[in-house]
Design a protein around this ligand. Structure first.
Ligand code: GTP
Ligand code: MG
Length: 197
């Protein structure tokens, strides 16, 4: 897919304040610092469309971008950042949960996983929750530039075998790097294939 335009629309703290036009929507979620905002910039060819930071916990709102005037891309706050206060965690949890449950035009959630990390309890728990709520999702492994091709293969196989302990079928997945742009075409093709507008 060719990215002809990518524009920031709105930051919302409530799904009810999200854009009203019912376009297909793809949301990026994952632990703090996993590379959500960087991936959005890489996919859209914009170095500063979504705000990135070396410090975890940068994104704290539901951020809508409109791509090619016909689909939405959404940057969500990260979860699982230990230094966030308890009340803030609850607040962000509620924002994310209600958005995911009630946003009717949500086509697919991209769950980002740092390829260097072993399967983490809160990622697995989050995917369980998506499954229970029948919210479609795929996995995007990030930061692939940090590993060699053989290490990537081992990491992905290990992750898959952990998932198969609780899932009958594996979700679709892509291996990406915002540094080398690995996986860009695959992710954009997935969006093009599933975009019904
Ligand atoms: P929060 O908004 O805080 O939840 O973080 P985020 O998931 O949006 O992460 P962000 O894109 O801000 O990136 C976090 C850090 O990881 C930054 O220092 C990025 O430069 C770095 N980073 C992101 N993607 C990659 C990647 O593919 N490769 C490498 N090497 N670093 C990356
Ligand atoms: Mg971010």
């Amino acid at each position: 897919m060719l990215i002809k335009s990518a524009k920031f629309l709105i930051s919302a703290t409530d799904y009810k304040k999200c854009p009203k036009q019912p376009l297909p929507e793809y949301a990026f979620i994952g632990r703090s610092n996993v590379g959500k905002s960087s991936l959005i910039n890489m996919l859209t060819n914009h170095s500063h469309l979504a705000k990135t930071s070396g410090k975890p916990g940068k994104t704290q709102t539901i951020n809508h971008f409109i791509i090619n005037e016909n689909w939405y891309l959404v940057d969500l706050p990260g979860y699982g950042y230990a230094k966030t206060s308890k009340s803030k965690k609850v607040e962000l949890g509620t924002i994310i949960e209600t958005y995911l449950k009630f946003r009717e035009n949500l086509t697919c959630v991209f769950v980002l996983i740092d390829i260097r990390h072993e399967a983490l309890y809160n990622d697995l728990q989050f995917m369980e929750w998506l499954g229970e709520n029948e919210i479609p999702f795929i996995i995007i492994f990030t930061k692939a530039d940090k590993l060699s091709p053989s290490q990537i293969h081992i990491a992905v196989e290990k992750y898959k075998s952990t998932l198969l302990e609780s899932w009958e079928e594996l979700p679709q997945y892509f291996v990406t790097s915002s540094e080398t742009r690995q996986g860009r075409e695959e992710v954009l093709n997935f969006i093009e294939r599933t975009n019904t507008s």
